[in-house]
Ligand binder design. Structure first.
Ligand SMILES: *[C@@H]1O[C@H](CO)[C@@H](O)[C@H](O)[C@H]1NC(C)=O
Ligand SMILES: *[C@@H]1O[C@H](CO)[C@@H](O)[C@H](O)[C@H]1NC(C)=O
Ligand SMILES: *[C@@H]1O[C@H](CO)[C@@H](O)[C@H](O)[C@H]1NC(C)=O
Ligand SMILES: *[C@@H]1O[C@H](CO)[C@@H](O)[C@H](O)[C@H]1NC(C)=O
Ligand SMILES: *[C@@H]1O[C@H](CO)[C@@H](O)[C@H](O)[C@H]1NC(C)=O
Ligand SMILES: *[C@@H]1O[C@H](CO)[C@@H](O)[C@H](O)[C@H]1NC(C)=O
Length: 264
C-alpha cells in the first residue's frame, strides 16, 4: 500500500495551525513577562479578580507586593480614585497595606491603585464592589379620607439593583393606570394615588423588591379610606346668616313704610 502525500489543502491547514500556535506562544511569553514585573495587589479576603466583592460595613485589606522579589527597596504609593492615600513611613515598601473599614456606600466602585513612586507604569488597581440589600421589609398603616392624595414609599436602594413590583389586593399593578402612579429615583419607589376613592383605593398595597443576590423583600401598606368629613366653614356662615337677617329686616322695614304710606 502506498502512503499518499499531504495534499495542498492539508498543507495550507498545517501552515495556518503553525501560525496560530506561534502567535499563541508569543502571547503567552508576553503575558509571562508582564506578570513577572511590576506590582500586584492582593486582598484579604482574597480575590483573583480586579473587582473585589464585599458586603457593606465589612472590612477589606489590600496588600501591595512587588512581583519580583529582588527589588524590595522600591517605594510604593496608594491611590483611592486617583487621590493619594496617606501612609505611615514604615508602610511604604514591599507588602504595603491599607485597610478599608467599615465599607460604606461611597466605597462602591472606588478604585484603589498601588504604584511605584518613581515609576507609575508599575501599577495595579482593584475596584471595590460593595453589595448591600435594600431595606424594604416591614408594614405601615394609613388612615385616609376621600379626595386626599396617598403617597407610599418603598426602599429599593441596593447593589446589585433590585426589581420592584407593586400589587393591590393581590393583583399586580402592571402599568400606571388612572389615578395610581408609580415612579422611582433609584433609591425609593413611590406609589401615588391622587383623589382617593373609597371603593377603588382602600385595601392592601404590597411593594416587593427582588434582588438576584439578597432575595425577595416585601413591604405591606394597609390603607383605609373613609368619607370626607365635611368641615363647616363657621365664620362665613355666621356672616351669611347676619346678611340674610338684615336683608329681611330691611325688607320688612321698607315694606312697613310702604304700607304705612298707603294708610296715611
Ligand atoms: C512580604 O510578604 C512576603 C510573603 O508573605 C514575604 O515573603 C516577604 O518577605 C515580605 N516582604 C517584606 C519586605 O516584608
Ligand atoms: C526614586 O526616588 C528616590 C527618592 O525617593 C530617588 O533617590 C531615586 O533616585 C529615584 N529613582 C529613580 C530611578 O528615579
Ligand atoms: C499603569 O500601568 C499600565 C501598564 O501596565 C500603564 O499603561 C498605565 O499608564 C499605568 N498607569 C499610570 C497612572 O501610570
Ligand atoms: C457586584 O456584585 C454583584 C453581586 O455579585 C453583581 O451582581 C454586580 O454585577 C457586581 N457589580 C459590578 C459593577 O460588577
Ligand atoms: C380590597 O380589599 C379590601 C379588604 O379585603 C376591601 O375592603 C376593598 O374593597 C378591596 N378593594 C377593591 C378595590 O377591591
Ligand atoms: C424580609 O422578610 C422575609 C420574610 O419574612 C425574610 O425571609 C427576609 O430575611 C427578610 N429580609 C430582611 C433583609 O430583613
Amino acid at each position: 500500500m502506498q502512503t499518499s502525500p499531504i495534499n495542498s489543502t492539508g498543507r495550507s491547514w498545517l501552515i495556518k495551525m503553525t501560525t496560530i500556535l506561534r502567535t499563541l506562544l508569543l502571547h503567552a511569553v508576553i503575558l509571562c513577562v508582564m506578570q513577572t514585573s511590576g506590582v500586584r495587589i492582593e486582598s484579604v479576603p482574597g480575590s483573583v479578580e480586579q473587582m473585589i466583592e464585599m458586603k457593606l460595613d465589612g472590612t477589606v485589606s489590600l496588600i501591595c507586593r512587588h512581583k519580583t522579589a529582588a527589588r524590595t527597596d522600591m517605594e510604593l504609593v496608594w491611590l483611592r480614585n486617583n487621590a493619594l492615600v496617606k501612609l505611615e513611613n514604615n508602610n511604604r515598601g514591599d507588602n504595603s497595606s491599607i485597610c478599608v473599614t467599615p465599607l460604606t456606600h461611597e466605597d462602591n466602585g472606588a478604585i484603589f491603585t498601588c504604584q511605584r513612586k518613581n515609576d507609575t507604569t508599575l501599577n495595579d488597581s482593584v475596584t471595590l464592589n460593595v453589595t448591600y440589600a435594600s431595606r424594604t421589609n416591614g408594614s405601615e398603616e394609613f388612615d385616609m379620607e376621600e379626595q386626599e392624595t396617598l403617597v407610599l414609599l418603598c426602599d429599593m436602594y441596593a447593589n446589585p439593583a433590585v426589581i420592584v413590583s407593586w400589587e393591590f389586593n393581590g393583583t399586580q399593578l402592571e402599568h400606571t393606570a388612572g389615578q395610581v402612579i408609580v415612579t422611582n429615583d433609584g433609591f425609593t419607589s413611590k406609589l401615588t394615588v391622587n383623589k382617593l376613592d373609597m371603593d377603588l383605593h382602600r385595601g392592601t398595597y404590597i411593594c416587593e423588591t427582588n434582588s438576584p443576590k439578597h432575595g425577595k423583600q416585601r413591604r405591606t401598606f394597609i390603607v383605609r379610606v373613609k368619607e370626607r368629613t365635611i368641615r363647616f366653614p363657621v365664620m362665613p356662615i355666621v356672616a351669611g346668616v347676619v346678611v340674610v337677617f338684615l336683608t329681611i329686616l330691611l325688607a320688612i322695614f321698607s315694606r312697613r313704610k310702604k304700607i304705612a304710606k298707603c294708610f296715611k
